[in-house]
Ligand binder design. Structure first.
Ligand SMILES: [Zn+2]
Ligand SMILES: [Zn+2]
Length: 737
């Protein structure tokens, strides 16, 4: 073969190739979102929403490499593809980073986002960047406020007291990650727990439906379904009625259907709707209050230490017997805000509680005849409402005002957005919004009197409830029709969510809100209330078997890898190293594999092109090797079908393995022809080059830059990616046969 390597122009130079291809994509606007209503299948591929940290990490690279390969594959198969995202830009980490740097969060977030966009483009991700957005933009959070008001009107948002950490020195509430060993991250003074009004999102009306639908989500991978089941925390068992002290009955639940007669006490959640019935006694009321202000949410799982209050009351059992009633958050941690039987004989946690309480029943219930109790089959969910407000600056302002005459009054939708001042440089002390009269002072929409704005902001978890919607709406139409644009009916539900395994909570709540918006109206076209028809969760990227962290000094920087090896090699390595359901333990091995494969393919393709130059036709030789060409044709057919099937399942590591096998087959073909004839005829070379072009097309979803460059070298149209479905590969052996 020709010593092509001596020819500098054909050496594999990743940086040069990738710059050129990316310029070509921009030139031909390759990733613009097409009209979803033009008859082709509309496929919305939703990647995870990056937090504006300023740097992509390897988890992002994994996430977007999977989504990008899938997006490129579906485009090449003729589908209308939307591949877009927005930055999750509000929240505490951005505020803390800004405090640390003495800058404004608004500026910090913007510079971070810009930098990350450069990184994404350098990696060759085929997002429709025109559709990117920041959750902290006014045009965006205006709709977060609209959603808040809409859900509040539907009774799904309410205000209640919650326990929060408070620093007396800084005069501010603290998030869990701002408390280190019980001390404030900023001043290192001890923090204490206080009760204060907090906004909550009500999940309970949709828990059962979220549960039921899991059985129909056939395009969800096992990892993602597992997270949904875990968050639901469903327990199956029986329930029946006791005559509770303080009047009225008490419905109790237990997962131990066969052991109800062995019950020794009843454990009631402090969130139980009727817990007040047992708090008539002043001493008990005081204990309940202490329990609530004790921050028990955080320590509710350990039966040996969890707070338990003896109400002094008993519940009566049909057929005979009584059970003492205790209150403990242990119930919440196991079955949600309900009442549960304590059955020490069959339940370890109940045994631990019984050992701590001086007062438990001793006789079998119902005179030993369980039938008297009339148990019904029942389930309970551990999932429960969660708080959505934070006492911090960098978030969506909550669109309500406080009026002395009228109480809490929603801001009329026409007056949105309630604008967050952007010129704030938080210090971590006090509440910046409460110190801004221009923000705080307003008039009451109801009575016109003086009023004050809510100074809590929404947790970024609330913004995330609908962060999957805006990409499906053309930017120019978002002001007017964010939730009512006709494109939404084409793009939704998203064909596939690709996200990290830690996104289960976000996704669960997004599923709840979609159902709420279906019932309220805008998403009525989503009959099952599911935002994602398919879902792929991937595990994280680790190093040396451990989570990457600055502290451990094992962080891998994607920028450095790309600079050294090129984007294609990094993408291929990340995809090849592990299937999505497995943690990706980053080693140089995967990089070496990817680098060797791409260079090998580059060299072999160019060597083949050079060797084929000027070789004349030879009908007799061609007839003699026709059967070998035919066999290669079948291998190619098979290979493409397998790779396509892997791509449909988003099993990119398998697809890449099948691509490497196809290259081996192609090389084997050449060897066989040489063995038979000593050399390749024109016809043999044509088939070889066509097979290599086909291989480059199968590679294009994974390593798009080099794939296009090879196609161009082979005289093919580089903009045609993965071979279209339903067709045989256009190899010339068919013609020459
Ligand atoms: Zn402090
Ligand atoms: Zn008023």
């Amino acid at each position: 073969m020709a010593d092509w390597a001596a020819m500098g122009s054909q050496r594999y130079d990743a940086a040069e190739i990738e710059t050129a291809r990316q310029a070509a994509w921009a030139e031909r606007d390759a990733f613009a979102t097409p009209d979803p209503g033009a008859g082709r299948p509309a496929v919305y591929i939703k990647p995870s929403s990056p937090f504006t940290s300023g740097n992509l990490h390897m988890g992002h690279v994994r996430d977007y490499s999977i989504g990008d390969a899938y997006a490129r594959f579906r485009r090449a198969r003729g589908d209308a593809v939307l591949f877009g995202f927005g930055f999750d830009a509000f929240g505490l980490p951005a505020e803390m980073a800004a405090i640390e740097r003495g800058t404004r969060p608004a500026e910090w977030v913007e510079s971070c986002g810009e930098r990350m966009l450069v990184q994404m483009k350098r990696l060759g991700f085929s997002f429709d960047y025109e559709r990117a957005f920041y959750s902290s933009d006014e045009a965006q959070y205006r709709w977060s406020q609209w959603l808040f008001l809409t859900l509040m009107e539907a009774g799904l948002i309410y205000r209640d007291n919650a326990t929060v950490d408070w620093c007396d020195t800084c005069q501010t509430t603290l998030a869990a990650l701002q408390v280190e060993d019980g001390r404030c991250w900023r001043c290192h003074e001890k923090v204490r727990l206080i009760r204060r009004p907090t906004w909550f999102l009500r999940l309970s009306p949709y828990l059962a439906e979220n549960d039921r639908n899991l059985g129909q989500l056939s395009d969800w991978d096992e990892l993602s379904l597992k997270t949904q089941r875990y968050i639901l925390g469903r327990s199956d068992g029986v329930e029946f009625d006791l005559a509770g002290a303080g009047g009225g009955g008490l419905e109790v639940f237990t997962p131990h259907a066969g052991a109800v007669e062995e019950a020794r006490f009843v454990l009631v959640s402090p969130r139980h709707s009727e817990v007040g019935r047992w708090a008539a006694d002043a001493a008990v009321a005081k204990q309940l209050d202490e329990l609530r202000s004790g921050g028990w949410e955080r320590s509710a799982r350990d039966a040996a230490t969890v707070p338990v209050v003896d109400t002094g009351a008993d519940a009566e059992v049909a057929g005979g017997g009584t059970l003492p009633i205790f209150v403990s958050p242990l119930v919440d941690a196991r079955y949600g805000p309900t009442a549960a039987l304590g059955i020490p004989a069959v339940d370890e946690a109940d045994e631990a509680i019984a050992a701590r309480m001086p007062r438990t029943a001793t006789e079998p219930l119902g005179g030993g005849a369980g039938a008297e109790l009339a148990p019904r089959e029942a389930s309970r969910y551990r999932a429960y409402d969660f708080s959505i407000s934070r006492q911090r600056y960098w978030g969506t302002p909550i669109p309500v005002v406080h009026c002395e005459q009228c109480g809490v009054v929603p801001v009329p939708a026409a007056e949105l957005p309630v604008v967050l001042p952007r010129d704030v440089e938080p210090t971590g002390e006090g509440n910046p919004l409460a110190e801004r009269p221009d923000f705080l002072e307003t008039t009451c929409p109801a009575c016109g009197g003086a009023a004050q704005r809510e100074t809590d902001t929404l947790d970024c978890h609330f913004d995330a409830l609908w962060l999957w919607v805006p990409a499906a709406v053309p930017p120019a139409d978002r002001d007017e029709r964010m939730f009512t644009h006709p494109d939404l009916e084409h793009w939704l539900p998203s064909e596939r969510l690709v996200a990290g395994n830690d996104s289960g909570g976000f996704v669960f709540d997004q599923r709840v809100v979609t159902k709420a918006l279906r019932d309220i109206g805008p998403f009525a076209f989503l009959a099952d209330g599911e935002p994602f028809a398919g879902c792929l969760f991937h595990e994280m990227v680790i190093a040396d078997g451990r989570k990457m962290s600055k502290h451990l000094g094992n962080v891998v920087d994607p920028d450095e890898l790309v600079a050294e090896h090129g984007a294609d090699t990094v993408r291929l390595a990340v995809l090849y190293a592990a299937g999505p359901a497995k943690a990706l333990n980053w080693t140089d091995g995967a990089l070496r594999f990817a680098s060797r494969f791409l260079r090998g393919l580059w060299d072999y393709t160019h060597a083949s092109i050079a060797a084929a130059a000027g070789v004349p036709e030879d009908a007799e030789a061609a007839a003699d090797t026709a059967f070998i060409r035919e066999r290669l044709g079948k291998w190619c057919d098979n290979g493409v079908a397998r790779i396509a099937a892997d791509l449909e399942q988003l099993q990119m590591h398998k697809a890449i393995r099948n691509i490497t096998r196809l290259l081996e087959r192609i090389k084997d073909y050449e060897k066989r022809v040489r063995k038979r004839r000593g050399q390749l005829s024109r016809e043999d070379f044509d088939t070889l080059l066509e097979a290599l072009a086909l291989l480059a097309r199968t590679l294009s979803p994974f390593a798009p830059h080099i794939a296009e460059e090879l196609l161009e070298a082979l005289g093919e149209d580089p903009s045609v990616g993965f071979p279209p479905g339903g067709e045989s590969p256009p190899l010339s052996m068919a013609r020459n046969n």
